[in-house]
Ligand binder design. Structure first.
Ligand SMILES: Nc1ncnc2c1ncn2[C@@H]1O[C@H](COP(=O)(O)OP(=O)(O)O)[C@@H](O)[C@H]1O
Ligand SMILES: [Mg+2]
Length: 275
């Protein structure tokens, strides 16, 4: 699928990512939700015309799903042979010298993460009844993860981290965030209003009452709602609550958002988070 959106900014990270991919080394991309981790990897792999298998991390993912499994009806006919084995994404990537792209690796259970150790290190895995499988040239792992403080994650083991080069993505500049938003909305939307959306989401990241602020995805959502005829305030009240985490769970995110919306100029009026 061709994506019509371009990568805005990120020159240094892009350059590093491409070079590390060309070296077939394993890469871990870390950053908060919505900074463009998945987008960046997809766009780069497409641009470099690299074949890849994609897996999305999930707390109920199994080792079998990653490697593959024997198809019972075929096993009945042919026994435990190569023909009765259905390749999972790891085996397929290793056999064909492709990249294994694991999105949100730290949502995977530890047992699944452990399967990757020999594959990444010795480029080999051993499978019951099938024996050893060696990876063809070109095989490597690209993974993304959210930082530790995000919920529903299983921190990667030291052993696994030791096998990755890391690229960290933070939030982009206001100008770049505005360009990302501009790229995703109709040209009819005025710059002034887009700027206010970007200021608003940036303000949530510095707010003393907010533990985890909103990403550009929230601004894109506000803009889409406005394109559908919803006013700014209502759109913000719909788009932001699910995308913020407050310091105090007793507080209503809507109150915090309303207090932000009542300000004419966001950043200068907001107390900086104390570290
Ligand atoms: N540098 C960028 N250039 C263009 N669009 C971007 C960029 N960063 C983020 N986006 C947009 O923001 C959305 C969220 O990014 P995504 O990759 O899903 O974030 P993450 O995987 O880090 O949670 C993307 O779909 C894309 O539309
Ligand atoms: Mg993602």
């Amino acid at each position: 699928m061709v994506n019509k959106f371009k990568i805005i900014g990120r020159e240094i990270e892009l350059n590093q990512l491409k070079k590390v991919i060309a070296l077939h080394r394993n890469i871990l991309i870390e950053g908060p939700v919505g900074v463009g981790k998945t987008f960046l990897v997809r766009q780069v792999l497409q641009e470099m015309k690299k074949g890849f298998e994609r897996v999305d991390g999930d707390t109920r993912y199994t080792e079998q799903k990653l490697t593959g499994w024997f198809d019972p009806p075929v096993v009945l006919k042919k026994g435990y042979t190569k023909e009765s084995f259905l390749d999972g994404p790891l085996v397929s990537a290793m056999k064909n010298g492709k990249i294994l792209f694991i999105n949100e690796l730290n949502r995977m259970p530890e047992a699944v993460q452990n399967i990757l150790l020999p594959a990444m290190d010795e480029r080999k895995i051993s499978m019951p009844k099938l024996g050893n499988l060696e990876a063809k040239d070109g095989f490597c792992v690209i993974a993304t993860q959210n930082p530790k403080e995000f919920t529903a994650t299983h921190a990667l083991s030291e052993a696994l981290l030791d096998r990755f080069e890391m690229i960290r993505l933070g939030y982009q500049s206001k100008e770049e965030e505005l360009a990302i938003l501009r790229q995703e909305v109709s040209s009819k939307m005025k710059n002034g209003i887009l700027e206010r959306m970007v200021d608003l989401i940036r303000a949530t990241r510095n707010h003393i009452g907010i533990k985890r602020g909103a990403s550009i995805r929230a601004a894109i959502a506000i803009a889409k709602l406005m394109e559908g005829g919803i006013d700014f305030e209502s759109a913000a009240l719909m788009a932001l609550p699910s995308r913020l985490e407050l310091v105090s769970s007793d507080e209503d995110p809507r109150d915090v958002i309303l207090s932000l919306l009542s300000l004419n100029e966001f950043p200068s009026l907001i107390e900086k988070k104390k570290n």
